[in-house]
Design a protein around this ligand. Structure first.
Ligand SMILES: [Zn+2]
Length: 69
């Protein structure tokens, strides 16, 4: 039996043609992974203003945007 492991939450799942979020198990994990990547980017380029699409991701993750001074 084939099973996939979600790279984000490590949950085992059955491969499904209905899953639009592969290789992730859910949209949540897909967005979380993207958010983790984006957060790294903010640390490096903290002077860059947040893009609307980035803010959208952060809001979907329900976390505070990085504080700027
Ligand atoms: Zn997952």
């Amino acid at each position: 039996m084939i099973s996939l492991t979600c790279p984000q939450c490590r949950k085992k799942m059955k491969p499904s043609h209905k899953n639009e979020n592969r290789p992730f198990c859910s949209e949540r994990c897909r967005v979380l992974d993207l958010g983790a990547w984006a957060e790294e980017g903010y640390k490096i380029a903290s002077d860059e203003p947040l893009k609307n699409e980035d803010i959208e991701i952060i809001e979907r993750l329900n976390v505070d945007p990085p504080k700027r001074h």
